[in-house]
Structure formats: C-alpha cells, structure tokens
Design a protein around this ligand. Structure first.
Ligand SMILES: Cc1ncc(COP(=O)(O)O)c(C=O)c1O
Length: 396
C-alpha cells in the first residue's frame, strides 16, 4: 500500500469481494427475473458511494437508489451510468436538474406534481416511481382519496410512471403479522394503479429483510442496502437464511502514545477516569470528530488479539485505552473487526448505543481514510478530506 496517500493512523478497510459475494448470494436467493436495486444512499451506508455503486453494477445490480438529489448528482459526476432512483422527495424547483442527470424521482403528492410543473422547462419527460405508504407512516400515498386526486395528473406526457413502491416497517421481525398486513395493502394499491389504466414496469416493496425472509414476495425489484454490506437486518433474519453474509468493513488505528500512571492519577476531560494502581494507558488517534462518538464510552478495542477498555471521556480526535502491560508505539488497534479469536462487531457496537448496526459505519466521517481491497490487493484509497474536498486515488 502506498501509505503516502494517508496522513494519519486511523483508517477503514473495505473488502469489495465481500460485497460482491453478498450480492451474488442475495441474487441467488431470489426469483431469477428480479431486478436488484443497490441502495447506496448516505455514502453507501458509510462504505463509499461511488466505489460501491461501481462494484454493485459490475456485480450484477440493475440500478441504484439514493436518498438525496445531491447524492445522485455526485454519482453521475463520477461517471456512474446505471438507473438511479431518488428515494426522498426533491425540491420541485430542482426538477430540471434531476432530468438533466437522467434521474428517477419518488413522487406521492399532488401538490408536488403541480408545483414541479411551474419549474419544468425541459422537454424530456420526468421519470417517476409513485410511493405508497402501506403502514410505515413516513412518506407515500395512504388513502384511495389521495390516489384519486393524484391520478389525473399522471396522464400528462411530461411524466412517465415507471414504478410504484412501498417500504416495510417490520420485515426483520420474528412476528410477520404486520409485514403481511403491509404486503396485502400494497396488493390492493397495485390494483388501484391497474384499475386507473396505468401500466408500470416495476412494482417493488422489498428491502433486505423482506428479500431474505420472503423471496416469494420480491415482485419486480428488490432494494437492497444492509445485506449487501454483510449486515444482517436482525438476529431473526440471520437465523432464517440458508447462507451467511460477509461483513465488508473494519476500522483500525495504532497506538500513538503510551504512559504509566500511578494510583490516583487522572485521565481525560473532567478527570473522568482515575487510576486505581499502576496502569498502562495508550492514546489512540481517533475521536468523536471521526464518528467515534461519546456513546462508545465503555466499549472495548482490540489490541494484540485481546479486548481492552476505552476509558474516560472520548475526545474530539483521540481516545484512551487501558492496557494490561506496555505495548510498543504503532501497535495495531481494531475498533470494528477481528484480531485473532476476538471480534468487535457492528452488532456489539449497536447494542451498546441502542441502535441498529448500519448506523455505525454511517457515523464514520470524512476524516477517516478508506482503503479498498479486491482479490487480495489494495485497489483504491480515499484519503481523509476536510469536508469539502475528498481526494481519491484510483489504483486500478
Ligand atoms: C425506501 C427504502 N428502500 C430500501 C432501503 C434499503 O433497506 P435495507 O438497508 O434494509 O436493505 C431503504 C433504507 O432504509 C429505504 O429507505
């Protein structure tokens, strides 16, 4: 690895082979004609949007999904050519920007369609997927009356209704009751569309959990996020699929400083930790501005294949760890991932902070460089940025 591209001892490693294999396994689990839409929103759940979008399309994904217009434009500017669905509503005034970048938008409000028409100058029709709210209670058409209001606006030639979709609230749960209720409601809504004489190419509803647990309900397209990154949507899903997912991401640093404390010595802001006896304390150069937030206080890191506790308060750029003995400067520290027999998983961290595993990689900030591996080689390094500029070195 050419380390001159990285200017600090904290980095993420992403194994693209794992993501490729996860896509292969998930595809193999679904009816063969099912389209695979790779969800790469939020910088591909922290894994790097451009890199994962390229890999997903190369590994057989048919299209991409992002949350924001800006995320889609970044992908287009990076030369990504596949179809992109923007999952959240954009500003009506940005409609031509979306058309110019050949994007497909999520639409569910009559008022949005009317307002969009005041701004649309492009003669190219706008591609849309209609969003139905079958019970998540977030965005979408809920009632037939709302549907009937919007339907007359869909016959204009300036829009092409390519798809109709919904999103599940509980597909990862061991109790399938609500999932089935939402699925049945979506079937009713699909009838509304057919009754209105609107013919669409894609009906879709399945996220990772639904695709894995109910492949028979995949419809035309699945929208896969977490599972692609090797993260199980829940323990229930893990126990009910016939293959395993490979986690792609790990996070590492190195011991930057080490000192011996005497009983009574303090460590960290607010004197939050006091040594009980002679103790070796290491300082690791990663902190809350890197995404290692204070909620991780009390977690362990791995050093020399053993768990060692983070002590005191997490600082902006550094954390302190108690060691059983002196270790050399530069010793590798793993914050997410495996060392020998021990592992700190996204599930451990999620449990500690009372969240879901995919929140953890999404928290890692632009300050942490990313190293991409494929077939045993480093293929790309995304160097740490300053928030505005991100330097990327494509090696192959
Ligand atoms: C509308 C929509 N579809 C698909 C996904 C992907 O879901 P998952 O990461 O559970 O596969 C998301 C993510 O939250 C989403 O909001």
């Amino acid at each position: 690895m050419n380390t001159s591209m990285i200017h600090r001892d904290a980095w993420v490693e992403i194994h693209l082979d794992c993501i490729e294999e996860n896509i292969r396994q998930i595809r193999g689990h679904l009816p063969p004609a099912t389209h695979f839409m790779a969800a790469v929103k939020a910088n591909a759940y922290g894994h790097g949007d451009t890199q994962i979008a390229k890999l997903a399309l190369k590994s057989g994904a048919d299209s991409l999904a992002v949350a924001l217009l800006s995320e889609a434009i970044v992908l287009r500017n990076q030369g990504i050519k596949g179809p992109i669905l923007v999952l959240t509503p954009i500003l009506p005034s940005n409609v031509d920007l979306a058309i110019d970048h050949d994007l497909t938008l999520t639409v569910f409000q009559e008022s949005w369609l009317k307002e969009m028409r005041q701004y649309k100058k492009s003669t190219t029709p706008l591609k849309i997927h209609l969003k139905m709210d079958t019970g998540l209670g977030r965005i979408g058409i809920r009632e037939k009356s709302e549907w009937l209001e919007i339907v007359s606006l869909l016959s204009h030639r300036d829009v092409i209704v390519e798809g109709v979709y919904t999103h599940f609230a509980t597909a990862n749960s061991s109790d399938p009751t609500y999932y089935h209720k939402q699925y049945a409601r979506f079937q009713e809504m699909m009838e509304w569309v057919k009754e209105a004489g609107i013919s669409v190419d894609y009906y879709h509803c399945a996220n990772s959990a639904s695709s894995l647990c109910f492949p028979e309900n995949a419809l035309d397209v699945v929208r896969i996020g977490v599972a692609m990154f090797g993260i199980y949507p829940s323990q229930h899903v893990k126990e009910n699929i016939p293959f395993s997912l490979q986690p792609a991401l790990s996070l590492h640093s190195k011991i930057a400083h080490i000192k011996k404390l005497q009983a009574g010595d303090f460590v960290g802001y607010d004197n939050a930790y006091q040594a009980k006896g002679e103790e070796w304390i290491a300082t690791i150069p990663i902190g809350y501005a890197d995404g290692w937030f204070r909620c991780f206080q009390g977690m362990d890191v791995l050093i020399d294949g053993k768990k060692m506790p983070i002590i005191s308060k997490i600082c902006m750029d550094q954390i302190m760890v108690r060691l059983p003995s002196k270790y050399p400067l530069g010793t590798k520290v793993t914050l997410i991932g495996r060392q020998g027999e021990e592992e700190i998983t996204l599930y451990d961290l999620a449990e500690h902070i009372g969240s879901v595993p995919q929140e953890i990689p999404s928290m890692i900030t632009y300050r942490v460089p990313k190293i991409y591996y494929y077939r045993g080689e480093v293929v790309e390094i995304v160097s740490e940025g300053n928030g505005n500029t991100k330097q990327s070195y494509a090696l192959r």
